[in-house]
Design a protein around this ligand. Structure first.
Ligand SMILES: Cc1ncc(COP(=O)(O)O)c(C=O)c1O
Length: 408
């Protein structure tokens, strides 16, 4: 609100591939795939055609009770076939935050129906972002999203993102008989691009197993080829109890999210009399959104963006690391997934009063969109970006840093 109060809005008029055009016809490189979601790039007519076909056949219909539809079933089966989860089932939602609510409530409900109703506590990580609905707000690893709303969801806590020992200590502090689930992104995204330490996920998976805690992976950013595979977490060789997805599942052409639930968690609800999970949303299983996702997944598979993205990841890593020696830069985090963070030095931020918003604005004025968080500039381009476009992105970011440095 404060941003638009200060000046005119930046009107996005059109997009094609990795490019955007504003309302005056100026062109920009989309260095962030919008908000981390446009994995296949903009303007894919194949997705538009699939949407047109579906909306003309069955626009939308509820999947309440035993109602269902072809695209919802096909998409669920396709996702289940690739999910690193044992005996998978799929619940569809309209986005990531809604999917997090579903996973969090399902985790608590699972314990309630299996005779351990005391297990309500949810543990998440510093820097973790899980959307901004009720549970997502409470398990946010960033204080600026969590505070100022009174008491939201209780029985949650946050542990340092890079320490499996800290997770175990927190489980013991709370009492394993009270802990329902642990939530983690494969690579922390919005919080600043933090890949896990080697063995982190093997360790936390072992700790969750040891204490019976459900292991929930939030792959909303990391899924659908951004880490070179379907759900991101495969890269670290562990199998969670639930995986939350959104964004790249449809590349954002239509809003869609959901969770893949392992049989251990799902079975009591199918098999137990009276074990209802009284939860769901109006647009769950929306056939047109699911048709958009199916066409998007066709592109990911046909163009083998799972393999391509690993090459993009390498090139982006090399290019971004070139910024590490810039006088304003403290650290560059890249090399796991098509994403990176350029963190500014304390001296630049506090000493010279430089803001990442200024660097963002300079880059945009030069025709490149990056994302500013308080200490870093983040990039997460569409997976179809070329080497030349990566070099353009990074050299423009470098020029923006120079321009801001010269002003201060
Ligand atoms: C890791 C992660 N989880 C959940 C969400 C929430 O998704 P949505 O904004 O669709 O509610 C986001 C959104 O950025 C995210 O990055």
């Amino acid at each position: 609100m404060n941003t638009v109060a200060r000046g005119p809005e930046f009107m996005v008029a059109r997009a094609e591939g990795v490019w955007l055009w504003d309302a005056s016809g100026d062109r920009y490189l989309d260095g962030t795939a919008s908000l981390w979601y446009c994995n296949v790039g903009h303007g894919r007519t194949e997705i538009a055609d699939a949407v047109h076909r579906q909306i003309s056949t069955l626009d939308a219909y509820t999947v309440y009770g035993d109602f269902s539809n072809g695209p919802a079933v096909e998409l669920s089966e396709r996702l289940a076939a690739h999910a690193p989860v044992a005996d998978p089932r799929v619940i569809l939602t309209s986005g990531g935050g809604e999917a997090i609510e579903t996973a969090a409530k399902l985790a608590r409900r699972y314990w309630a129906v299996t005779g351990q109703p005391g297990r309500t506590h949810l543990i998440s990580r510093t820097g973790g972002y899980h959307g901004l609905h009720g549970f997502g707000t409470s398990i946010s690893g960033m204080d600026r999203f969590r505070h100022g709303y009174g008491r939201v969801v209780e029985d949650t806590s946050v542990v340092p993102h890079d320490s499996a020992a800290a997770l175990e200590a927190e489980i013991l502090r709370v009492g394993p008989e009270r802990v329902a689930a642990y939530f983690a992104e494969p690579v922390i995204g919005s919080g600043g691009v933090y890949p896990p330490r080697e063995d982190y996920f093997t360790e936390v998976a072992r700790i969750c197993r040891k204490y019976g805690v459900l292991f929930v992976v939030d792959s909303v950013i990391c899924g659908f080829a951004r880490l070179g595979n379907w759900f991101g977490i495969e890269r670290f060789g562990v199998s969670p109890d639930m995986v939350v997805f959104a964004k790249g599942v449809s590349s954002g052409y239509l809003p869609l999210g959901g969770i893949v639930v392992g049989g251990r968690v799902a079975d009591p609800f199918y098999n137990g009399e009276g074990n209802a999970f009284m939860h769901g949303t109006t647009y769950a299983g929306h056939p047109t959104a699911c048709a958009a996702a199916m066409a998007n997944l066709d592109i990911l598979e046909r163009e083998d963006l799972f393999t391509v993205s690993l090459e993009v990841e390498r090139h982006l890593d090399v290019a971004l690391q070139g910024l590490a020696s810039h006088p304003l830069v403290a650290e560059v985090r890249s090399g796991v997934g098509v994403m990176g963070a350029v963190e500014l030095t304390e001296e630049a931020l506090s000493g010279r009063g430089i803001t990442t918003a200024e660097v963002f604005a300079e880059a945009r004025a030069r025709g490149v969109i990056v994302r500013a968080i308080p200490t870093s500039l983040l990039v997460s381009p569409p997976l179809v970006i070329t080497w030349e476009q990566i070099d353009h992105l990074v050299s423009t970011l470098s020029a923006a840093l120079d321009a801001v440095a010269a002003r201060h």
